[in-house]
Design a protein around this ligand. Structure first.
Ligand code: CTP
Ligand code: MG
Length: 223
């Protein structure tokens, strides 16, 4: 069973506000992308990797992969306008005989083998997709303007992360439609009727959105 990883790294990182795309902002001594790239490459669960790069940054992505000795990187594509489009463009480089696609955001650098194992093995149980998730600690309310309209039951809610694993042909079919509004791949698969399992996530898989997230993750890296 071949597992192809798609690494979504094409975002501009507007909220981080750096002088370069988020994937190339420093985390410790290295570009942010180095962390997830090296970890996916080292994973025994991953066979090949396709990276979606920010427009104009394809060459630096390939150089970085070479520098790190990431031999599983098979290609690098120019990303699209949205995350969904970037994943779709990268998926076009995944061969038809690939069984599983693991989609991961470069914005979550601290991916490890255990969470990859949890999502990939769920597919062996017959699920069409699997996502890592954490319980919700805060109370979540739905609002309209300034007014609270509803308090949701947090027992039934989860914070969902990447990496997310999918049966390759299921993801391909789901991404063929309109993906512009999707914030993750599982939502597109769910909307197409796919059965997606939730497995335990990892609190270290923080998503880097702003400068404070970068500091928190850098602290975890040296801990
Ligand atoms: N992403 C992508 N292609 C896009 C937009 C996002 O591959 N057109 C990727 C990002 O590189 C990131 C992940 O999707 O790894 C999650 O996106 P997000 O955290 O929103 O990153 P950015 O879009 O770069 O940040 P911002 O929204 O602040 O501009
Ligand atoms: Mg974004």
């Amino acid at each position: 069973m071949s597992v192809w990883a798609v690494l979504a790294a094409a975002g501009s990182g507007e909220r981080l506000g750096a002088d370069r795309p988020k994937a190339f902002v420093r985390l410790g001594e290295r570009p942010l992308l180095a962390e997830s790239l090296e970890r996916l490459d080292a994973s025994g669960w991953v066979d090949e990797i396709v990276v979606a790069a920010p427009p104009g940054w394809e060459e630096p992505v390939i150089l970085l992969a070479e520098e790190l000795g990431c031999s599983k990187v098979s290609s690098c594509v120019t990303g699209g306008k949205t995350r969904g489009e970037s994943v779709r463009l990268a998926l076009a480089e995944v061969p038809d005989d690939a069984a599983v696609v693991l989609v991961h955001d470069a914005a979550r650098p601290l991916v490890d083998d255990e969470v990859i194992e949890r999502v990939v093995t769920a597919l062996g149980e017959g699920w069409e997709g699997a996502v890592p998730a954490l319980p919700v600690a805060d109370t979540i309310k739905r609002v309209e303007g300034e007014q609270v309209v509803e308090t949701l039951d947090r027992d039934g809610l989860r914070i969902v992360q990447t990496p997310q694993a999918f049966v390759a042909h299921v993801l391909r079919a789901a991404l063929a439609g309109d993906v512009s509004g999707a914030s993750d791949c599982a939502s597109v698969v769910e909307a197409a009727g796919g059965r997606v399992k939730v497995v335990p996530g990892d609190p270290r898989l923080l998503k880097i959105t702003d400068a404070a997230d970068l500091e928190r993750t850098a602290a975890l890296l040296v801990a």
